[in-house]
Each structure stands twice: as C-alpha cells, then as structure tokens.
Design a protein around this ligand. Sequence first.
Ligand code: ASP
Ligand code: MG
Length: 461
Amino acid sequence: MIVMKFGGTSVGSAEAIRRICNIIESRKEKDPVVVTSAVGGVTNKLVALSKHAGAGERSRADALIKEIIEKHDRIIEDLQIGQDALLASAFNKGVAMLHEAVDKIIDAGELTNERYDALVSMGEFFTAHMLPAALRAKGLSSRMVDSRSLLVTDEAFSAAHPLFEESKAKVKERLLPLVQSGDIPVLQGFVGSTRDGRTTTLGRGGSDYSATLFGAMLGVSIVEIWSDVDGVLTADPSLVANAYRIRYMSFHEAAELAYFGAKVLHPAPLAPAVDHDFSVVVLNSMNPEFAGTTISAHPPVDPKLEGRVKSIAYKEGLTVITIISSRMLMAHGFMARVFSLFEKYETAIDLVSTSEVTVSMTIDDARNLDKIIPELEGFATVQVEHNKAIVCLVGEGLKRTKGIPGQIFGLLQDTHIFSISQGASEINLSFVIDENDLPKVITRLHAYFFNGDLDPNIFAV
Ligand code: ASP
Ligand code: MG
C-alpha cells in the first residue's frame, strides 16, 4: 500500500488531472490511497470569500462563489466526466454546501474559525469527488472517501490537531477494507472533523500533513508527495543554473531546509514519517519519470561524508537587530527580557548570535519593529539593519566537521559576513549577509561545495 498526495497544480486543470490519473494507474499494483489538495488557487479564493462574507459583502461573495463553481465546472467539462452520476450529485451537494457556508457567515455577521473551516475546506471536497470520476472514466474502480469520517481532530478550528489513535481506528475500520477490495480511495487533504462532526482544517498547506498521517495510520512504507518541482535541489535553480537534484536526504536535513523555506516538506508532515519510519518521496507530476527526492531516516551515506554539504538554502528580506550593552548582557534576566519583548509582539526570531557585549537577532517579520525597538531602547543600545539574508548550508556531513566556517570566510573574503552560527543539530551552518550579495555568495558556495566529485548515488549528476 502507498499514499499518493497531489498538490494544487497537479489537480489544477483537466490536463493535469489526466496526467495524474495515468500516474495513479501506474501505481495500481501498489494499492494506492490518494490524498488531494484543492485546485491551485481555489483555497486562496475561499479565504477571500470568507472575508467578504464576514464583512457582509453579499455581492462580492456571490461573484466569488460563481468564479469558484465555474472553475470546477470547466475542468469537469474538459475532462468529459459531467455524465458521471456520482460526481453530478456530489457536485450539486458541494454547491449547496458552499452557499450554506457563506450564508452562515453573513447571517451571523461574524467570521469565526469554525465557520471559516466549513468554507475553506470546500476546495478539497470538489477535487476529491472529481478525481475518482476521472479515474472511473479510465475504467478504474475509485471512490471519494470523506476525510471528515476518518480524521478526528481537536476543536482548534483553522489549525486543528489530529487525534491519532481515534483516527487510526476509523481508518482501519473504514478505509482499509476498501483498499483491500481493490478500490482506489480518494480523500481530501487538509480536512478533518471534530468528534461531534464539525469540519476542521489543519492549517494552510495542511494536505501534506494529512497524507503522512494517513500513511502512518495505514502502516505504509512510502508516502509520495506529487507537486510541480523535480524534488529537492542543491540550490535555488534561479540562482544556480547547474543545481543538482538530491536523490536522498535524511529527515533532519529536510527539516532544516524546510525551515529555510526550501520547497520541501514542512516539519509537521515529516513528524509522522519520523515516528513511524516510512519514506517520503517528493515527485513532479509534470515529470513523473524523474525519481524525485527520497527523505528517510537512513538515507544512503556519502562515502566522503565528512564536510559534505547537501543543500544551500537562503531566506531573504530579513532584518538584523543588534543589541549592545556593555554590562547588562551577561546579567541575570537580560536575555529573557529581550526575548519576551519579541514574544509580546509575536515576532519570530530566526537566528541569534551573541558576543561579549552584543546580541544580534535576525527576524523575518518586521511589522511590529516600531513597537519593539523603543521598548528595547529603554534598556540597551539598538541597531537595526534591513535587507539582509541568511544563507544556510545543510548536510549530515557537517556534523563535527571542523574548518567549514574558515573555508566560507576564505571563499567570501570580499563579502561582509554579519554573523555566523552552527545550529544545535550540528547539521546546519548559517550566516547573515547583505541581500545584494546573495547571487554571488550562493553561486560561489555552490561551485565550491558541489565541485564535480559528487556521489551519483546521492545526487542526480
Ligand atoms: N488547499 C489547502 C491550501 O492551499 C491545503 C493544501 O493545499 O495543502 O492551503
Ligand atoms: Mg494548496
């Protein structure tokens, strides 16, 4: 058994859906369970719709409802599956549910998280019904299985947490027999329900998490995540023309990269894979013959592991705040006071480095700086610098390897490096530079660390 999850672009048009039907068919012997996202862009439209409804803007809401319905209608027409009776009745039901969810918000005059979930979950409702109809049109036996009857969550609407054991019992009872009878079940990603049957969502981008959760409950050894990239690369291809695809990486490496916004899985969906020890494979539905990137607990080890970098990631648009204090820095409670200020204004800190008299922190979200800075200035001298970037080298090969910072400083002698730090996991090494230096720095580092003697078992060279 395998779980296959398809993202928004993979179900974004009739052509894309035809392509993934072929991919699903090619895995038929493996007893696939399919998890789908909404059509690309639809969840954003539903979020916008929820806001218009919350503001009582009936005509703008109606216009968006129309747009959303037409978008699905067009795909159904292009796929020529309009005659499928199951789909036709589900589609009418979906349209009624969409109207009802919007009416509830408008009538109540307020958008609660619960009402938001009832509405934004609708994108997946449509795709999870369209996809089985497209599979049936190919002669495969497939049906939609409503995730709300399987995935039980708490009541934290819009960011619900799954209740694993309860959900697993339902999966064993309701989903497993379908797979065993040769059906291809298609489930909504992103969506669950409370114990008393109210619709919840797992938070934006949550369908990857649904896929690995269902994988864990079913006890699979592989969850495939199909999107529109060839897998995880050694660097951003828009900066490095000859970036390589990484064939294998560890959960740790993937988690570090995800944190830096590389197009990998977020840490949450990796957790079920770590706990239940299955592999997650990132694949491209436009390029299904590509082998993608396999993320697992024990990837093949590079024979020349020492000092090896797996990938170079970066995050730009950052602000560096340096706090200077001649005496207070080491004083009891100083750091706590600094951190609590960022906490108070809900501003996450990406990177912290300290010296005898300074603490410097890198933040992504500068919206509340005008409140944070004056308060900091109440007890320290503060410097603020914008337009900075963090560059992050990731790789198990960095563990306990000495001398990498020296190599970086050597390579980047003409570049101002603001601070450098090694993550507690020891598999990442990050440093802060001017955003303008990014292209130069990334290309130079890539040329140095990926210099032609790469192990073809680990990198697609
Ligand atoms: N459709 C949802 C979103 O766009 C969930 C997902 O795609 O993962 O956030
Ligand atoms: Mg999506």
